[in-house]
Design a protein. Structure first.
Length: 313
């Protein structure tokens, strides 16, 4: 047992340290996604080591767990603002090739009083099912386009909107078509960008990393006083340096709401429980009233939502 514990804590050191390696190598990106699981394993090893009075192992495991606790602490503390009558509710849902249950999604959007809904991997067939389920009357304004497979992105809104950009629209730039819209509200306009990056794989992650770099560059080009929302499937988490660079000067709504370890993927798998948050709502120039997730049938992603205030955080 002593040897096993020593091996475990020594292996955990680089597996946690990989969180600070900014790389387009697929294996690095995949290992970074496992950091929360490694932290849980370290906690287990610490309990066993203390129980067996293996103090050197306990010290190392305790130090590693302390680092993980410091990293996790910001997501445990709420910094929300009070609700108001002019709040904006944004939701994002990855439909997994259009398969997600349309009625469940429309019901969730109605229950959360969603104003803007970002629909990823939306197919023409999914558009028809959502229309039948009542989405057209709930959120009549629309931008973006559906597409067979994973490329479709549509933004639906009860708030008047104007399409500003259609996004790169091809895979070589690390992202699918990502529409950008201006939302016209009495309190003032804000800009929302739908996000759907290509995923990193063990065989390579250069397109994924370039997609994150593209999002960062786009965010930096936006006027500093412009209220901004980025919502969708980033295919990355706080464990990825590239995502943290995108989120600089912005707030991840679930962290502001004190959501803790939010896990949106993978859903609905028997052998692999959800362990990572790939789906995010990032905001700038807006307060966060609340945020959460919604589990939808027939998709491997949980939907994410946020209630936003025009009052600055």
């Amino acid at each position: 047992m002593n040897l096993l514990l020593w091996t475990g804590v020594l292996v955990a050191i680089p597996l946690i340290g990989v969180r600070w390696i900014d790389s387009g190598a697929g294996v690095v990106a995949v290992l970074q996604s496992m950091v929360p699981i490694v932290a849980l394993a370290v906690a287990g090893m610490l309990l066993v080591a203390v129980g067996l009075r293996l103090w050197p192992v306990s010290v190392i495991a305790g130090a590693l767990l302390s680092i993980c606790a410091v990293l996790a602490m910001p997501s445990m503390l709420s910094h929300t603002v009070a609700a108001g009558g002019d709040d904006l509710v944004v939701m994002s849902a990855n439909l997994q090739y259009g398969r997600a249950d349309a009625q469940s999604l429309v019901t969730a959007a109605r229950a959360h009083q969603v104003d803007v809904l970002v629909l990823l991997e939306i197919t023409p067939a999914a558009v028809e099912r959502l229309s039948t389920a009542g989405l057209d009357s709930l959120l009549p304004a629309s931008a973006g386009r559906s597409s067979p497979g994973a490329a479709g992105i549509v933004i639906r809104s009860r708030v008047p909107l104007t399409l500003l950009e259609t996004g790169p629209g091809h895979r070589s730039q690390g992202a699918l078509s990502e529409p950008v819209v201006a939302l016209h509200r009495p309190a003032g306009d804000l800009v929302l960008r739908a996000v759907h990056l290509l995923p990193p794989t063990l065989s390579g992650a250069s397109q994924w990393r370039s997609g994150l770099a593209g999002l960062q560059a786009w965010r930096q080009r936006q006027p500093a006083d412009l209220p901004l929302v980025m919502a969708g499937d980033f295919n990355s988490s706080q464990s990825h340096p590239g995502f943290r660079q995108v989120a600089e000067t912005m707030n991840d709504v679930h962290r502001v709401a004190g959501g803790g370890w939010v896990r949106t993927w993978p859903q609905g798998r028997r052998l692999v429980p959800p362990f990572i948050q790939l789906d995010h709502v990032l905001v700038r120039g807006l307060g966060v009233v609340d945020a959460g997730v919604v589990l939808l049938p027939d998709t491997d992603h949980a939907a994410v939502w946020a209630r936003l205030s025009v009052r600055r955080p």
